[in-house]
Design a protein around this ligand. Structure first.
Ligand SMILES: [Zn+2]
Ligand SMILES: [Zn+2]
Length: 196
């Protein structure tokens, strides 16, 4: 079952190493998403129904994992590096998805609500607990096309890159000029090999 916010705050602090305004916002954002989908126990009995796309790699992201139970290693957490405090919660069973976006006005609302608190993090932590969902978030019902190769539990052939010889899972290979390449050898390499 869904826990109360205080319990999630404790769990988030353990998972993330500290508690901060970003995490409170992330917890609230994830709770908003799973509640809109009607999921009662996202990290428990409903865990196989949920795939979450996060759009930023910050404090809020870890908090979203705490509420949803979605993890990168379970393939249920997808990272799209858009630099936005937003996430999309996809219910595989009902085939519905909702995107929840933190409003730009939340910091301003925190200042208005608790002007007496000078520490910004404290001010925002308190405000993000108390502001309504509507004040904190915008929501959009969306469609996310999740290919079978992106779903948790996908079993597919493993192929070998014809350039570097490394194995590739989940149909991430690229076909170019009759060759099978990994994404690195196809031009997406983010590293430069110094020595082997
Ligand atoms: Zn943090
Ligand atoms: Zn390669």
């Amino acid at each position: 079952m869904l826990k109360d916010l205080d319990e999630y705050v404790r769990l988030a602090e353990l998972a993330h190493g500290h508690i901060c305004a970003g995490q409170i916002l992330g917890l609230r954002l994830a709770l908003r998403g799973v509640k809109l989908l009607g999921l009662e126990d996202p990290a428990g009995k409903d865990r196989k129904r949920l795939v979450t796309y996060v759009e930023i790699d910050r404090c809020a992201t870890d908090a979203i994992g705490v509420v949803t139970g979605c993890r990168l290693g379970k393939r249920a957490l997808k990272f799209r590096d858009f630099g936005k405090v937003a996430a999309t919660f996809c219910d595989l069973e009902s085939d519905r998805a909702v995107r929840v976006i933190a409003r730009e006005t939340s910091k301003q609302r925190a200042r208005e609500l608790f002007p007496e608190i000078t520490d910004k993090n404290q001010q925002q932590m308190k405000a993000y607990r108390e502001l309504s969902d509507e004040e904190l978030f915008e929501t959009q019902w969306v469609r996310v096309r999740i290919g079978p190769e992106d779903l948790p539990g996908y079993k597919g052939p493993r192929v070998t890159c014809e350039e570097c010889g490394e194995g590739i899972n989940f149909s991430r290979e690229v076909h170019r000029d009759g060759r099978v390449l990994c994404r690195a050898c196809a031009g997406e390499r983010y590293y430069e090999i110094i020595e082997t």
